[in-house]
Design a binder for this molecule. Structure first.
Ligand SMILES: Cc1cc2nc3c(=O)[nH]c(=O)nc-3n(C[C@H](O)[C@H](O)[C@H](O)COP(=O)(O)OP(=O)(O)OC[C@H]3O[C@@H](n4cnc5c(N)ncnc54)[C@H](O)[C@@H]3O)c2cc1C
Length: 371
């Protein structure tokens, strides 16, 4: 079978890309799973990104307009009048995008695994049947452990993290606020999140070890026996290069287009998919990486802040909380915060002379990692 474009991986990014390309080209999507969804993912996407990318409204299961940050001993709240982020059901999101792509002419190979390239063709396996398809252009949207990336020899020095997440029944008084808990004594490398779906159901997770999550669940006064779903999955924070080699490109988690501070990858992956589609439609695929330069900049800034975060002690976290809960800091955050653009807010905070002076007192590492 000959296609113009073969997309390996029908996750949110691969399916979104298929909707963009299927109007112009004969597109195949190869997906290893037999149905959509199922991946560990809280499904939080910035509201502005969601609207800009024109993603399906029916996938939205909750709207969040603020966040409460907790350390070991204190907390502060950031809020807006309008929703800043949406929580989505991954299955509905992926399936609606696939449905749209098929309506535009894309052909899906479900339950079909990409095994590698041979003589310019993609070797696939469905059950015991091994077969080949060929395309003028191949795109690896096959997630963090991308086989396509491996096939083109892409290299990475990323930090691979295991994520654990549960859906749990409890009482969540503020269903439009996400909770972020930073307790280095429980988990030195990542925060815990409590993302309500409604007043009585939330997604709770962290990156690290599963026992850490269960300890947090106890501390958050939730009941382990109220867990109704448990999921695990990986992310990788870092850089994987190149994103394009010959007639093969990587996109989404396969290219590590992931926010280093929250490990969210759906929005960045989709923005880059848009850039990739644009460069292909304009017959200049080599422009793809240049078109993603803002996202590259965000990722590289985020990686620096992550290094700083990992080096902080809980005592320093407490001091930072005192700073961030000050009136000046809250004002800066509430005026600049954009869910999918962390650099903007952090830069605005350190441009504020008084806040910078206080941050330097907490840790001079601010100079080394951020300035
Ligand atoms: C615990 C956890 C919570 C998260 N929460 C959020 C969040 O709130 N917001 C957010 O934006 N991101 C979140 N993420 C990250 C998010 O899940 C990823 O960034 C997102 O899934 C990337 O989409 P993708 O389409 O690039 O890759 P994936 O979703 O990984 O999709 C890749 C697809 O490729 C298929 N595939 C893989 N190998 C092959 C092969 N050889 N042949 C054929 N098909 C193949 C897979 O079956 C899969 O369907 C979270 C991740 C974890 C682990």
């Amino acid at each position: 079978m000959k296609y113009d474009i073969a997309i390996i991986g029908g996750g949110p990014v691969g399916n979104y890309l298929a909707t963009l390309l299927a109007r112009h080209y004969k597109v195949a999507v190869i997906e290893a799973k037999s149905s959509f969804g199922g991946k560990a993912c809280t499904g939080i996407i910035g509201a502005r990104s969601y609207e800009e990318l024109k993603l399906p409204k029916k996938a939205i299961i909750n709207k969040l307009r603020g966040a409460v940050f907790y350390s070991k001993i204190q907390s502060f709240e950031i809020k807006r009048k309008e929703p800043q982020a949406y929580m989505v059901g991954r299955k509905i999101l992926e399936k609606s995008l696939a449905e749209m792509a098929v309506k535009r002419g894309a052909e899906y190979y479900m339950n079909t695994r990409f095994l590698g390239f041979k003589n310019g063709k993609a070797v696939l396996q469905r059950f015991n049947n091994r077969f080949e398809i060929s395309a003028y252009f191949y795109i690896g949207a096959d997630g963090v452990n991308s086989k396509v990336a491996q096939e083109i020899g892409a290299k990475t020095n990323a930090e691979f993290l295991s994520g654990y997440e549960v859906e749990i029944v409890g009482e969540f008084e503020k269903p439009d606020f996400v909770e972020l808990w930073i307790n280095k004594e429980l988990n030195k490398d990542f925060f815990f999140w409590v993302a309500p779906i409604n007043e009585s159901l939330a997604r709770v997770g962290t990156f690290g070890r599963p026992d850490t999550l269960f300890n947090f669940i106890k501390i958050r006064m939730l009941k382990e026996t109220n867990i109704i779903e448990f999921k695990a999955g990986n992310v990788a924070l870092g850089v994987r290069k190149p994103w394009i080699k010959g007639n093969v490109a990587l996109v989404g988690d396969a290219a590590l287009q992931i926010k280093p501070l929250t490990a969210g990858g759906i929005a960045y992956g989709m923005y880059c998919a848009y850039a990739l589609a644009y460069s292909i439609i304009n017959r200049k695929p080599w422009e793809y990486e240049r078109l993603c330069k803002e996202i590259k900049r965000e990722i590289s800034f985020g990686l620096k802040v992550r290094r700083l975060f990992k080096n902080l002690s809980q005592e320093q976290v407490e001091k930072l909380f005192e700073l961030l809960s000050s009136r000046e800091a809250i004002e800066v955050i509430e005026n600049t915060a954009e869910f999918d653009e962390h650099a903007k807010t952090i830069k605005a905070l350190i441009k504020h002379p008084k806040l910078l002076a206080r941050a330097l007192k907490v840790t001079p590492m601010v100079i080394r990692y951020i300035l």
